[in-house]
Design a protein around this ligand. Structure first.
Ligand code: GLY
Length: 573
């Protein structure tokens, strides 16, 4: 497999560093995680819980559940609230995946963005065939056709119980009346504006967000009007009529690609979630166009294959990090080769998660030696932004939802007149085989750009079931690191029996084949472990990633937590 070493790759790393600084490293103090007193379970009703990336979404989701809404109603309301109060990732101009477990049935709402009709394979290459820096990440050409409103509408049609209008209204109120800006958000916006100015990007982000000051009320009146149209007309309030006209006129004026026809033809899709047996559990996770579900199943199964006949590894020891990094090399080699939009390419899902294949794949992993990156090939023969939330209602229904506009604040372009940020999801396609995107991920034909195709994602909303009951709901933002956050959270929960608080806050790590032998890790990993791994030949990179919001339902008790580093809030009631 070719390894991208272009200037673009270098710039990608610079951008990656700045995104990390923006959200993960520069998030300030912990917002208090609130936990209401636990109540005794009854035969039919259990505790409900929400684990959300900010307090506004948590409070609204709780209100919806308390007025009798189900987990999907709460998730829809939270998604719209986040479009107002979490502009770095919450959205109506992006997309995402919603995993649903309701009345003991599963569903997966794919509301991923897709390439505009006029997009083409080489659209980000210059006349020499080199990737044009930043074009797929900042500015008008970076956006895929948004999927969020269609996704929420489909989720509501299939699973909602409260009226649509009641679910959108809280977001309208927050946009129209304004909300008090958390100091972490104000700081993040300030830094983002400074970075855009430093590189002289001609985008309108500052015009819309410079007024968001710490602890002051911030109103978004254009956005409020757009949300009102969505509230009153549902899906059509975005993809048809006035909003569609505003979007397509703006695109034409700015030489963007998304047209009225693109909007009209966008469809959210209901897919079958991936399901795999792991130990005594059923893993329920994200199918393509997510790469994450296949990846976490591969990771967890190979972990068991390789540790079956030995003593349990110590959590976050050098042996543990090395083993999981070695597995990651193989997982990401398969990702680069085989994964893409299943409506365009045949993804060999069953083969990739088959026990026999993973046993074979594990055979070359040595406990004391790093595999040579260049020799790790696909195994079959033939921003980091984003945000996540988890909800569980008193009936045991659950939603795991990850949503994104890709990097922090997406393309940094606001649709003038409609007041929302557009995604820069086109960067999740492979602009050129072997050339890394902003997350350092490479890809080939399976993930090349085609009109109406969905770009490969790492978003991995997941659940673990036991005997038909949801025992764990998990997910995270973080680009390709999402996959590590998710499988590590499952190991933390079920291999190491941690509380929700520990699951989200214990230091994590990530390895993805490229860059070569680099393990990215959170503060808190034992320095002796770091030195041991460096002596083995790893380059250790201390950069935080992810923002987990999980719910654990174990031994008759519901436990929930939001990662301390972010501005999330979890509530059990
Ligand atoms: N935009 C990040 C992802 O979908 O993987």
């Amino acid at each position: 497999m070719p390894i991208g070493t272009t200037a673009y790759k270098f710039m990608s790393q610079v951008i990656l560093a700045f995104i990390s600084l923006c959200f993960f490293a520069c998030t300030e103090q912990l917002e208090q995680t609130q936990k209401a007193a636990r109540i005794t379970d009854t035969a039919t009703e259990m505790q409900a819980a929400v684990a959300m990336p900010d307090s506004y979404s948590a409070d609204v989701a709780k209100e919806i559940l308390q007025k009798g809404g189900n987990a999907v109603d709460a998730a829809i309301a939270a998604q719209f609230v986040l479009a107002v109060t979490l502009p770095e990732a919450g959205n109506i101009g992006g997309g995402g995946f919603m995993l649903v477990y309701k009345d003991k049935k599963t569903d997966f709402i794919d509301y991923r963005e897709q390439a505009p009709l006029s997009a083409h394979r080489d659209m980000y290459l210059d006349e020499n065939g080199d990737v044009i820096p930043y074009q797929s990440v900042i500015g008008i050409l970076a956006s895929g056709v948004p999927g969020t409103v269609a996704g929420m509408w489909l989720a509501h049609e299939k699973h909602g119980s409260l009226p649509w209008k009641e679910l959108v209204q809280p977001a309208v109120n927050l946009a129209e009346q304004g909300f008090k800006v958390h100091p972490k958000l104000a700081g993040s916006i300030e830094r983002h504006i400074a970075r855009l100015e430093k590189r002289s990007f001609e985008v309108n982000f500052k015009d819309y967000f410079a007024a968001a000051k710490a602890n002051e009320v911030f109103q978004q009146l254009e956005l409020a009007d757009t949300l009102k149209r969505i509230r009153d007309q549902g899906r059509d309030g975005f993809y048809k009529g006035q909003t569609a006209k505003i979007i397509s006129d703006f695109m034409r004026q700015e030489n963007g690609l998304v047209t009225e026809k693109d909007l009209l033809s966008y469809e959210a899709k209901s897919r079958t979630p991936l399901s795999a047996k792991w130990r005594e559990y059923q893993l329920l996770t994200s199918p393509p166009p997510s790469s994450g579900g296949i990846a976490i199943i591969q990771w967890l199964k190979m972990y068991d294959i390789l540790t079956r006949d030995q003593q349990k590894l110590t959590h976050n020891s050098a042996a543990y990090l090395h083993l999981l990094a070695e597995i990651g090399k193989r997982v990401f080699a398969d990702r680069a080769e085989y994964l893409g939009d299943p409506d365009f390419v045949e993804v060999p899902v069953a083969s990739l998660i088959a026990d026999k294949y993973l046993t074979m794949r594990s055979q070359t992993i040595l406990k004391d030696k790093i595999s040579v990156t260049e020799l790790i090939k696909p195994g079959l023969k033939e921003s980091e932004e984003t945000t996540h939330f988890s909800v569980m209602d008193k009936w045991g229904n659950a939603v795991s939802n990850t949503t994104t506009i890709n990097l922090g604040y997406g393309s940094s372009v606001v649709v003038e007149g409609a007041g929302f940020l557009l995604n820069d999801e086109m960067d999740d396609f492979s602009a050129k085989p072997g050339v890394a995107n902003v997350f350092g991920a490479v890809g080939g034909q399976a993930n090349e750009i085609q009109p109406k195709k969905r770009m490969l994602s790492s978003m991995t909303p997941s659940m673990v079931l036991k005997d038909g009951e949801v025992v764990f709901v998990t997910g995270s933002p973080g680009g390709t690191t999402i996959i590590s956050s998710v499988y590590l959270s499952i190991l933390n929960a079920l291999e190491f029996s941690m509380s929700a608080e520990n699951i989200v806050n214990k230091p994590r790590f990530h390895h993805q084949l490229l860059p070569k032998d680099v393990i990215r890790y959170h503060d808190g990993i034992d320095p002796a472990v770091i030195s041991e791994l460096e002596q083995m030949g790893y380059t250790m990179s201390n950069r935080r990633f992810g923002d987990m919001h999980v719910i654990l339902n174990k031994d008759g008790k519901v436990d929930a937590a939001s990662e301390a580093n972010g501005r999330g809030k979890s509530i059990i009631f």
